[in-house]
Design a protein around this ligand. Structure first.
Ligand code: GLN
Length: 486
């Protein structure tokens, strides 16, 4: 294969397979998320589970956190046991089964089983399908960045279409909506299975750092023991009242902070890390913290703002009945529209473009502004009046300006700043900033009520802007610690 392939928009044919696999996976994920929050807190008479609303918002956040946390497990299995391609396949199967569980009506047990399946499935699929994108280009192929941009379009095309479709059937039946998500993942699996041999060749089939037989024995023993200990602990903790919903949320919150901290310490102290790489790790810490703050706000678009769309917004607009779930399409919609413009802008600015820390600072500024904008309707009209949906559209638009300064930049900065010995795990490390953010959100959402709305958006938005200013001041210093990484 010495001649570079050009089968898909001038890119290797493998990108077709990865693009549509991830398109359908995100289609099912974001379609499910768009209606799940309403499914949890709607009354049983409306087809929901009738959970308390704050609990529902906390579950959404914890669930989102675990989905990104499990990427560590998925990355590990791919690296050491079965390779990325199999990880994607097994992940897709688990995700599909998860959505099928939700499609079966009226059972809270199935609901929790489905969460476990989707957490593990996404952990296997999401970071690994992204890694294979990197694998289909040779080291010197300069189409790689463009390849990732096309791939990011696939993600957001799925995220844009599914809330519209799944949201439209929600009033008729939530379970039909979840069923559509399951069918979406099934299509993704079909595409992956039937085109991967021809399009991907060997990409994703190599196990980079396989366990030796001795290690295998050790790891499986530890795994087995851990599962048994965990089962016993849970068996004791539930009946004695130690493991409640609140303590579980607190536990995930602690893990959300602890796991990335451990990652940093291990990378910093590893003998395989050079002095230059150590300096880059120091530079990465403030960027990681900024990313956490950013995702705290961005991810509330699927929780607090979803409930805002449902209960605080006029849902009849220009004579059309709007589904509250449709607002979940806006983030992806604006990304599809503006991502090419930002890519163009950075190229156009060339050497005059903001540095990585400055772009992160801009990301936080826009995130903060998006929350300040959404406190205005309550400030002017009180918290009882229904507000125009255009306020939400504006808020989702502003946060996307920040996302485009921070998210693609962060992903590529992560791969450049990570020590070589840890390069395989960096995809998971970046997603941990989102996991930490949603773990924090599970606690934060408890402070939101219509009465505290102005303070809630004001304090969180204000905190982001203050961090943005601090980061901007520190930017030249951080840049020096980056040792030449642009
Ligand atoms: N919304 C994007 C996706 O689903 C990015 C999420 C993230 O970086 N945590 O891929």
């Amino acid at each position: 294969e010495s001649v570079p392939q050009k089968g898909f928009f001038g890119h290797p044919k493998g990108l077709f397979t990865l693009f549509f696999t991830e398109f359908w996976e995100r289609f099912s994920y974001y379609g499910m998320r768009a209606i799940l929050v309403f499914y949890m807190y709607y009354e049983v008479s409306q087809g929901g589970l009738g959970l308390d609303k704050t609990t529902a918002l906390s579950i959404m956040s914890i669930y989102g956190s675990l989905v990104y946390m499990s990427g560590i497990i998925g990355g590990w299995f791919a690296d050491r046991v079965f390779g990325t391609s199999k990880a994607v396949f097994y992940g897709g199967i688990l995700i599909m089964l998860g959505h099928i569980c939700l499609a079966i009506p009226g059972n809270v047990t199935l609901f929790f089983i489905s969460m476990v399946l989707i957490v593990l499935g996404t952990g296997l699929l999401k970071p690994n399908v992204s890694s294979v994108v990197g694998e289909i280009y040779s080291e010197e192929d300069n189409r790689r960045d463009a390849g990732f941009s096309i791939f990011y379009m696939g993600i957001n095309l799925g995220g844009f279409l599914s809330p519209l479709i799944v949201g439209s059937v929600m009033d008729y039946s939530f379970h039909l909506g979840f069923g559509i998500a399951a069918v979406g993942m099934f299509f993704g699996l079909l595409i992956f299975v039937f085109t991967k041999k021809k399009n991907l060749g060997l990409a994703g089939t190599i196990v980079h750092n396989p366990l030796s037989p001795a290690e295998k024995k050790k790891v499986y023993t530890i795994f087995g023991a851990a599962v048994v200990v965990l089962a016993i602990l849970i068996g004791i903790a539930i009946p004695t009242g130690y493991l409640t919903f609140d303590s579980f949320i607190a536990l995930v919150g602690i893990l959300g902070i602890l796991i990335p901290t451990a990652y940093f310490i291990v990378m910093y102290r590893s003998p395989k890390t050079t002095a230059v790489e150590r300096s880059r790790i120091i530079a990465y810490i403030p960027l990681f913290i900024a990313a956490v703050m950013f995702w705290v706000i961005q991810e509330q678009g699927a929780t607090i703002l979803a409930s805002y769309a449902d209960t605080r917004t006029q849902l009849e607009f220009a004579g059309i009945e709007i589904s509250p779930a449709w607002f979940q399409s806006l983030n992806s919609f604006f990304i599809i529209i503006f991502a090419p413009m930002f890519a163009w802008l950075w190229v156009k600015l060339g050497k005059r473009q903001p540095s990585v820390p400055q772009k992160f600072s801009l990301g936080l500024l826009f995130a903060g502004l998006s929350f300040l904008v959404i406190l205005l309707p309550a400030y002017f009209g009180g918290a009882d009046a229904l507000v125009s949906p255009l306020w939400l559209v504006l808020s989702y638009f502003i946060v996307v300006l920040g996302e485009l300064c921070l998210s693609p930049v962060g992903l590529s900065a992560t791969t450049k700043l990570a020590p070589a010995a840890f390069s395989a795990q960096t995809m998971s490390l970046w997603f941990l900033s989102n996991a930490a953010a949603q773990a924090i959100n599970a606690q934060l959402v408890k402070f939101y009520t219509p009465e505290t709305e102005i303070m809630y958006f004001g304090i969180i938005g204000g905190a982001s802007i203050v961090l943005s200013i601090i980061l901007f001041t520190l930017a030249p210093k951080i840049q020096r610690f980056m040792k030449g990484v642009q």
